[in-house]
Design a protein around this ligand. Structure first.
Ligand SMILES: Cc1cc2nc3c(=O)[nH]c(=O)nc-3n(C[C@H](O)[C@H](O)[C@H](O)COP(=O)(O)O)c2cc1C
Length: 221
């Protein structure tokens, strides 16, 4: 079955000057996004987070399987358990597991094994990828393009959070098995990312980083 795209989704085509205006405004908006590692404990209206998650849920996915679960954590005790788990893994990473090359790569970011953002931010969003699902007769059904799909959904989420004035950090404590345990997730889910969300702390600082220019990462052929 099909439905009309223009009737259901795009009733009118934008005039070119309106399109350019929107495109430039969106570019300015997105260039003002940074990963934030220091959060205010100021409460965040829950609907902002819910709507950002709805935006994530609208993302394209392989065979429309939507192979993601977003677990939103607000209670202090669970946040503390997650922080303890992440700091344990990160200490091992920094002190024993990481290669010199990796430590060199993350040096400009200035991070270490202490993760205050995991207890400071009002929301933690733990993202899980669903490697497979249960079919109707309890058998395992394969999901396609899982990592690509979940990555795109997270991109939608980060964009929506930023557009509503919230800060976030894309965080991948390595390895993340502790998240699955603490949050008691089913066997078909694997931890993907952990995203603290909130308003930035008043004196939050971010590393001085440059982004590549268009010519450096895109080619028109
Ligand atoms: C998949 C992924 C994993 C990341 N993991 C971490 C992390 O574990 N800790 C951290 O502090 N930042 C992490 N980051 C954030 C990056 O360091 C950050 O995006 C990058 O330095 C560019 O900065 P910007 O987001 O402010 O543009 C991660 C980003 C991505 C996309």
């Amino acid at each position: 079955m099909t439905i009309s795209f223009s009737e259901r989704y795009a009733p009118e085509r934008l005039a070119e000057d309106e399109a350019l205006e929107r495109s430039r405004a969106h570019l300015d908006l997105m260039r003002a996004r940074r990963s934030v590692r220091h959060f205010s404990d100021e409460p965040v209206p829950r609907e902002l987070v819910e709507n950002a998650l709805r935006v994530a849920g609208s993302a394209p996915s392989g065979a429309n399987q939507q192979p993601w679960t977003f677990v939103v954590i607000t209670d202090d005790e669970t946040k503390q358990r997650i922080r303890d788990g992440a700091e344990r893994e990160e200490r091992l990473l920094y002190e024993e597991r990481a290669t010199e090359e990796y430590l060199h790569a993350i040096e400009p970011i200035g991070t270490d094994a202490v993760k205050p953002h995991l207890t400071e931010a009002p929301y933690l969003i733990a993202v899980f990828e669903q490697a497979w699902r249960f079919g109707e007769d309890g058998d395992k059904r394969k999901h396609y393009y899982v990592r690509e799909s979940v990555g795109i959904a997270v991109g939608f989420l980060l964009t929506a959070l930023h557009a509503s004035g919230l800060a976030a950090l894309t965080h991948a404590p390595s390895p993340m098995g502790f998240l699955k345990e603490i949050l008691d997730r089913p066997e078909n889910e694997r931890p993907f990312l952990l995203i603290p969300v909130g308003y930035p702390a008043e004196h939050a600082e971010v590393p001085a980083l440059e982004k590549k220019s268009l010519e450096d990462f895109a080619e028109f052929v």
